[in-house]
Write a protein that binds this ligand. Sequence first.
Ligand SMILES: *[C@@H]1O[C@H](CO)[C@@H](O)[C@H](O)[C@H]1NC(C)=O
Ligand SMILES: *[C@@H]1O[C@H](CO)[C@@H](O)[C@H](O)[C@H]1NC(C)=O
Length: 470
Amino acid sequence: MSPKPSSFFLALSLLSLFSITFFYHHYTTAPPPLKISQTTLAATQNSIKVYVLDLPRSLNYDILRKYWALSDDTRIGSEVDNEFRKALLHRDSGKLLPYPENPIIKQYSAEYWILGDLLTPEEVKKESYATRVFDYREADVIFVPFFATLSAELQLMINKSVFRKKVKENEDYQRQRIVVDLVKKSEAWKRSGGRDHVFVLTDPVAMWHVKDEIAPSVLLLVDFGGWYRLDSKASDDSSSEMIHHTQVSLLKDVIVPYMHLLPRLHISQNQKRRTLLYFKGAKHRHRGGLVREKIWDLLINEPGVIMEDGFPNATGKEQSIRGMRMSEFCLHPAGDTPTSCRLFDAIQSLCIPVIVSDNIELPFEGIVDYSEFSVFVAVSDALSPNWLLSHLRSYSEEQKDGFRKKMSRVQPIFVYDNGHPGGIGPIPPDGAVNHIWRKVHQKLPLIKEAIIRERRKPTGVSVPLRCHCT
Ligand SMILES: *[C@@H]1O[C@H](CO)[C@@H](O)[C@H](O)[C@H]1NC(C)=O
Ligand SMILES: *[C@@H]1O[C@H](CO)[C@@H](O)[C@H](O)[C@H]1NC(C)=O
């Protein structure tokens, strides 16, 4: 099992020393990265080398094919997709397929856009941060091109009753097993223990059954919400306030944005906003979302406040566009998990986010300072009568204009869609995909250090996972 140190490992440790120095130098001398114009990725002349693991199509694009081959989906939000299915019947099936429009699935579509960028031929690529390499030994990270979200969502559509079971009928579970077995057999995994592997797990239930097996890897997640239960099970010390993450951590994982579902409002099109605060979404939620119900009851009859119960269909979408564009502030309480795609819709609508979610993780922090254009409110304050509205009324017109101006500068970094079929084609340099790779790049020195530490352990020694601290 344990290989002798070779010149390759020596080279790797030298490389890691170099990159730590480089990392340190680069990030201490760079100007404060608050102005987006200064962080234009093309200007940093930086890139990350990515090896795309060779997985069968049955683990990515064929899942998409299966989704479109289903007969009518009767769930709410599927109207657009059902129309597209009818059109597909008359089309050449060799074409690149789009990702589902159903908002429940579409919001998690990072996996589709990231892979599309990696599969774009070098000569077509213009400003991708990720450079594809075809020998894993040359790579900084190994990308695992499994459509984990789509795999889970498809299973929920086909047969929900077996979703949580490790049985033959659960096709999602079968795919997860195939991915993990393939990955773990590879030389690339053996040399790193999986630490330099990247998985996209935007849907909280993606790769549900094998989470502990891929825990050492870099996970791209929308937040840590789905992991609390797993982690509290793994942790002995329940008395402490500290969350003992054993599987996820801001040290190794990257928070990625939800895909926004509403179109961008350019600041030049911004009009006078007549409503103070807007919220749209389900009133009832589990876990952290209990706070929603209480806030709802406090605000529902207040002047200047609009609270709407919404549907994830065309009517609901029109409602949201109107609501978010005519309100100064958009409420963002915790849902089932600490975040939701609503935040990114608010940003695209230039509606100042009011974030009521005490332990929220946000994408691209360190590159973006959300406090420059959002209002963060403690749950306890939001629940004290009259506090929230008088706080929001205390912002001057000038302050609100300033927030919107700053928001308009960050709008592009949350955009995944590059407008090309299959997501294959040149991407915007300041878009979400490049920012994700940039954040992964920042983890490299730590990943390399962890790999080297792991390698010195004598055979048979097992040290428990620990990723807590952040
Ligand atoms: C789902 O799978 C279970 C187990 O095989 C089966 O009993 C059930 O009939 C299936 N349901 C549907 C809707 O296919
Ligand atoms: C959206 O769903 C709601 C509730 O089911 C329904 O009343 C409305 O007509 C739907 N709108 C469209 C365009 O399908």
